[in-house]
Design a protein around this ligand. Structure first.
Ligand code: MN
Length: 259
């Protein structure tokens, strides 16, 4: 393959050190274009801006900021910045913090990768699970190596790889499933200077279920890099048959079997 064209985005914003480390590492492998939110958009999920305009601001050679969500950035990146032809690979991250288990539907990092794979572009989401000191360079090099292999092997349409790298520069990895993770569920009520109530959600206490083979176990219990294949098809096969057995009053089921 000719030198691959790589689109990079994130949800921590274009100024975040994680995306700068990823762009630097990826530029050794291909031609990098960054299209990323202009500010912190963590937790934006797969939100897209349909009711307000978006501004695209240059940030130096091959770098663009979008005043929207991670999905907006990837959408504008693929369909406008790359309008002469799609990128060969999309990398998202390196996120500051884990994207494991049920994090993935909240995650702008993972959603940016999902947005790319919606348009047939193989994508890898990369997150650094640790705390200070954040070593984004090692996680970036892991993400680029996974991306290099994705370019060689390809990915089935509609799939992406979700990579989580623990602190301490580990080199051992495990292929995993999504686990289950919980946070402190308290809603922290406070008062503003005029006495009005406001709330902080999303506690920092965290725990995970002990599920062998899960991403959480690999990262938190064993210090391994976790690589989880994800698919956009969220349908749940085991519930199909029981659901077909339901009787909804006033409605009749078309079983689809008459074809
Ligand atoms: Mn983030």
């Amino acid at each position: 393959m000719a030198r691959p064209r790589i689109l990079i985005s994130n949800d921590d914003g274009i100024h975040a050190p994680g995306i700068q480390a990823l762009a630097a590492a990826a530029s050794a492998m291909g031609d990098v274009t960054v299209v990323a939110p202009d500010r912190e958009r963590s937790g934006a999920g797969h939100a897209i801006s349909l009711y307000h305009p978006l501004r695209l601001t240059p940030h130096g050679e091959g770098r663009w900021a979008v005043d929207g969500t991670p999905t907006d950035a990837v959408y504008v990146g693929i369909h406008h910045v790359f309008r002469d032809g799609p990128p060969d690979l999309m990398l998202s991250g390196v996120n500051r913090g884990a994207n494991l288990a049920n994090d993935v539907t909240y995650s702008g990092t993972v959603s940016a990768a999902f947005e790319a794979c919606l348009f047939g572009i193989p994508a890898v989401a990369i997150s650094l699970t640790g705390g200070k000191p954040w070593d984004f360079e090692h996680a970036a090099s892991v993400g680029v190596e996974v991306g290099r292999q994705v370019l060689a092997e390809g990915l089935p349409r509609g799939t992406l790889l979700n990579v989580n790298v623990p602190p301490g520069a580990p080199t051992d990895y495990r292929v995993t499933r999504l686990g289950r993770r919980s946070y402190g569920q308290a809603v922290d009520e406070r008062r503003d200077p005029r006495g009005g109530r406001y709330y902080w959600i999303g506690g920092t206490e965290q725990d995970h279920d002990d599920i062998p083979g899960s991403d959480c176990n690999a990262v938190f219990d064993e210090g391994l890099i976790s690589i989880t294949p994800l698919h956009l098809d969220l349908s749940y096969d085991p519930l199909m048959a029981p659901l077909k057995g339901w009787r909804l009053e006033g409605l009749s089921q078309d079983t689809g079997d008459d074809a």
